[in-house]
Structures are given as C-alpha cells and as structure tokens.
Design a protein around this ligand. Structure first.
Ligand code: M6R
Length: 600
C-alpha cells in the first residue's frame, strides 16, 4: 500500500534519496507518486499518476534540495489521478499521509464553513487543511499537532513540511507504521525499513499518538502531551533486502523456487532432535487455540486448524481478522490467540491483536518481518525465515507459515503424548529431507505450463477438496484469481451438489487434491460428478490412480499429513503463475492489490 519517504540533510541532495526510497517501496503496490521539496526557500510539489519512474522523468535532471517528503499512493479516498496524489498542500502545510482519516467528512464541512476550499477527493487534503487551521490559530507547531491528534479519528502516518520552518520535517503517527532513520548530518523518515536501508540501518520506531521533529542533526520525539520521549535506537539485523530476481523473470517465480530453502531456514531450529521440538512454546495449558489473520495467512491458519484438531485433540478456530475485530470472541485465559502475518503490518490483524491484548489474554505470532508492528505488539513471536517477499502474491511466506505451524502442532502432539516418539522422529526426518521431497515437484514445470495453456482462456475455475485438501483449495484458488484475474472459487467437495454444480459446463476446469486416504474416495466421487457434466479435472494426489477421465493427475510423494500441504501448494502456485504469464498479466504487481494492507 501507500509508502512514505522523507529526508533532511546538511549537505547531501535528498532528491535521489526520496526517489530511491520510493523505488524500494514499489513492491507494496501503488497507483500514483509524488514528492515535495524546498529549493531556494520555495516549496515545490511534483506528482504523477503512474510509476515512480514517471515521477523521476518529471523532475528536472540535477534538481537539488536538502529537505523533502515523498509518497506512493494506493487510492482509498478518491480516484487514481494526479490531483488526489500526495503531497497535499493547504496554506502553510504540506503533507504526505498513509492511512484513512475516518471523520474526514465532518472535518471537511467544518473547515469549509471557515472558508477552506478543497481541490481533491482525498482525506489527506482535509488533514492538511486541519493542520493549517490549527497552525494559523495557535501559531505553534506543538499545539497544532496535539490538537490534530485529539480531533482526528482513523489511522495516519504523516510526514509534514511547514512553510515557516524550512529546515524541519514533522511526523505524526497512529495505527500506521512510521520510522525515523538516523544518519550522519542527514536523517530519514519512512513507512517501512527498506526505504532507508541503503543509507542507514539505525532507526527509531514511532508508536501511536507520538510525533517528532527532524532536522539534519536532531531527532526529537514527543508523546501526545508534548513531553520528550527517550527512544531506543534500533539497528536493522536482517539480510537479504537487496534481493533481486536473479535468473528468474518474476519475483513470484523466484520466490516459489526458493521454498525448500525458506522452509528449511524456518523450521531448522526445531527439527533435529526431540529436544529441539520442545523449544517451541508449550501450549498445554490452553483448551482452545484461535488463529487470526487475513488472506493467504488465514489460509495457513486453516491448515494449522486441521492439524491441531486432528492430531492434538485441541479445539482450534480460524478467524478473518477483519471480522474478528468487531465480534464477540469468547476469550478466556485458557484461549491462546495466534496471529499470522507476512508483513507484520496488516491493519486488521494488528487491530485484532490489540483487542486480545486489551482482554489480557495470551498471544503468539507467526510473523515474517522482524520488528514489524505486529511482531512488536505480540507477547511471543516465532519468526518465519522466508526473507523478503516482493511479489504481491504470497508463496514462500505461506509455506514457511504452514511449515512452522505444522512443527508447532507436532510439538504439541509430543507434549500431550499423543504420538509415540518413533512416529515423531519419522515426521521430523521427513522435514529434514524437505529439499529432496520438494525437488521433483518444483522441477515439474512442463506439466504446470501445459495445464496453464488449457485453462488460461477460461472465465471460471473451481477448486474443491475435503478436510485439509479444502483448506489448500482455498489458497490455490486465491493464487489463481489474484494474479491471472480469472474468476475462481473454492468449495468443500461435498458442497458442490448444494448449488455450485449448476455452474459446471463443458470444459470448466476443476482442481482438487486428494491426500487423505480416509476420504479420498469421496472427493474422487465428487470429481466424477463434475466430469460427467463436462468438467476438465486436475487432481493432485499421493495415491496411485490410473483414470483417463481426469485431464491430468499430478502425483506427489507419500509423506506425513504434517508435510502434505507443502507438496500440494507448489503445483497450485506454479499453475497460477504460468496461467497469469500466458495472459500477459503484471504478475508481481497485480492490479488493485498491495503487498502490505495497512488500511482497514
Ligand atoms: O502481510 P500479511 O500476511 O498479514 O498479509 C495478509 C494478506 O493481505 C495477504 O496474504 C494477501 O492475501 C496476499 N496477496 C495473498 O497472496
């Protein structure tokens, strides 16, 4: 989603810093870009509908400035156009903003009554207007910001220039991430660490209702009452943020292909011995596990639900964070809430987490991005070691989440003495061999490319399954629709007859996996029913099935249920990838989507 970069320096030109910062945030998804800087005492704004490259082309070569703020916008209020793009200037105030000002209509009417005229449809322009109004009224920046924090509902990470203070950038934060990077005679502001890493690894994290003043040699942070806060200066410890596509045409393909490494990196500390397994948190005091997440991360939660319920006899519920945050959740001290997030910044997941913390109940997180807002708010966090995921469609983060949750469920089964030690050791051994197990599946690309040629002209595709295979169908379907724009739906195989089967016509593609010997026969009967109605069925299975009525059977190795999701998902991911490629879609940055969903 939207990205923020700012910089103020004593002697360096900040224009390249702003543009490089915006480029490193591009993968998060956006539709317009803009910046403003001060040159010879004059504030200049430059914005475009389109890419950062277009913005760069719009700025005269050699333009020099020591202070500026920049933004990539993912539209929330108002159409995608230059007028709605940030920065927004009203009077003496110019801002870029991530988040949503929820009471902007009310504020707009009040400001219009005072004579303000707004040009855009953006809530950010209203925020700028409100700041200008208080600044004119109080002639004092601290009072202006403190009043703004009191009056505004919603989420905001704001970076602001004030005409009367051309050496200072002001920042304000609530429910949307913002960091301040510390350099030598130059300081930085960003919504996300990658934007500043080229220049510094040292940064402060702003918390909700805090604001700051940043000059080239000073960073001062305040609470909402205006008291100075002494913050810990963090140092970024991660590694591969400079990740490039390497030999691959798209990040998504690269990320799919590196999954054996990312799974291994994630679970390695827990799988070498039985003692290792006990390094994972002890869950035995809980009678229920709730899993809360969005999108693909929620689908990883569905796999965990299956494993916890089937193999550890522990009740497990999975919730979409956007629903969870507004419902009655029946929390007690016997409930553990697990939050899953790749980015660690998803607004709904963060809000749901805050709700559980307010109820003083235990939380555990499965998070990929270290020091992210969700990671910081959790009681305990287990990191997936998937590295930076650039493609909007989540692949390696999903399999890392699934692998970690599977090992967590296995450790719970061990603690509850549900499995014999030999059985656990056998499963751990399979995890240790993950590279060789996944290798033939990752190399089977010709099959996936062929399937893509058969489905890429279709309008509707269905994914069905039972039990664990239903959870996998949901993720397979999401992968296809988000990057290829083909309508697809996932259904419990037994549910088709209750309505959806009416949509099956000649050549409708239907995908399924059948990986549970106790219910495979039932799933296959459901597939036969759609084949009878003309569907082309594609089946991923570990059983030896010879049946010409299937368009394609993809055979995977027989492994424990704790590993099967990993084996099934790779064909689903690669079929989606090759289908989107045949359709000529922008695979790494699908339309309308953002990598990190920081608004509700
Ligand atoms: O960063 P998170 O894991 O919290 O993100 C959750 C979803 O927004 C994300 O998984 C989304 O569904 C992906 N586009 C799926 O590929």
């Amino acid at each position: 989603m939207s990205g923020i970069v700012g910089s103020v320096s004593a002697k360096t030109n900040i224009i390249p810093i702003l543009l490089n910062g915006l480029k490193s945030l591009e993968y998060r998804g956006y539709d317009s870009a803009g910046l403003s800087y001060i040159k010879d005492g004059k504030l200049i704004i430059n914005k475009v509908k389109g890419r950062v490259k277009d913005l760069e082309n719009n700025i005269e070569k050699g333009t020099y400035s020591n202070i500026g703020i920049a933004h990539t916008r993912w539209a929330t209020h108002g159409k995608v156009n230059e007028t709605n793009a940030h920065p927004h200037q009203v009077g003496k105030i110019t801002i870029v903003h991530n988040g949503i000002i929820e009471n902007c209509n009310k504020l707009k009417h009040k400001l219009e009554d005072k004579g303000y005229i707004f040009k855009s449809e953006s809530d950010t322009e209203i925020a700028s207007g409100l700041l200008d109004y208080y600044y004119k009224k109080y002639q004092n920046i601290d009072k202006t910001i403190q009043k703004f924090i009191k009056k505004v509902d919603g989420s905001y990470a704001i970076c602001m220039l004030v005409q009367d203070y051309p050496d200072t950038i002001y920042v304000i934060k609530k429910d949307s991430p913002l960091i301040i990077g510390k350099g030598q005679d130059v300081n930085y502001i960003a919504s996300d660490v990658p934007a500043i890493l080229k220049y510094t690894k040292k940064y402060y994290i702003l918390e909700d209702y805090e604001y700051g003043k940043i000059t080239n040699n000073d960073i001062t942070i305040y609470d909402k009452e205006g008291n100075i806060i002494n913050k810990e200066l963090k140092e970024y410890q991660g590694s591969d943020l400079t990740s490039d596509k390497g030999i691959y045409e798209h990040y998504m393909l690269k990320e799919i292909m590196e999954q054996s490494t990312t799974i291994r990196q994630t679970i390695n500390p827990y799988i070498n011995t039985l003692e290792d397994l006990l390094k994972l948190p002890d869950l035995t005091k809980y009678t229920r596990i709730d899993i809360i997440a969005c999108g693909t991360a929620m689908h990883a939660g569905l796999v965990a639900k299956y494993l916890f319920e089937e193999y550890t006899n522990t009740k497990c519920e999975v919730f979409l964070a956007s629903e969870y945050r507004y419902q009655n959740n029946f929390l007690t001290e016997k409930v553990l809430s697990i939050f899953i997030s790749q980015s660690g910044e998803t607004a709904d997941t963060l809000a749901a987490l805050k709700k559980v913390k307010e109820a003083k109940c235990d939380t555990l997180g499965i998070v990929n991005v270290k020091e992210s807002s969700i990671a910081r708010a959790l009681n305990k966090v287990l990191y997936t070691e998937a590295g930076t995921e650039i493609a909007v469609a989540s692949t390696k983060a999903y399999t890392a989440q699934v692998a970690l949750l599977s090992v967590l469920a296995l450790s719970h089964a061990y603690r509850k003495q549900i499995f014999k030690e030999e059985k656990i050791l056998k499963i751990l051994n399979e995890f240790k061999n993950i590279d060789s197990i996944l290798k033939p599946i990752l190399e089977n690309t010709k099959t996936y490319e062929k399937i893509a040629t058969e489905i890429y002209t279709q309008h509707d595709v269905f994914y069905i399954g039972r039990g664990l295979d239903y959870a996998l169908a949901m993720e397979g379907s999401l992968k296809l629709k988000e990057i290829s724009y083909i309508h697809s739906e996932a259904y419990a195989a037994g549910e088709l007859k209750h309505g959806t089967i009416s949509l099956i016509t000649k050549d409708t593609p239907v995908f399924s996996s059948a990986t549970n010997k106790h219910i495979n026969a039932k799933t296959i009967s459901n597939l036969k029913e759609v084949i009878s109605r003309g569907a082309n069925c594609y089946l991923i299975t570990d059983e030896d099935i010879k049946d010409d009525s299937f368009k394609q059977i993809i055979k995977i190795q027989k492994v424990s249920m704790f590993l099967k999701p990993l084996l099934v998902m790779i064909p689903y991911q690669l079929i989606a990838y090759y289908t989107a490629k045949l359709k000529g879609c922008d695979i790494d940055k699908p339309r309308n989507l953002a990598k990190s969903v920081t608004v509700e």
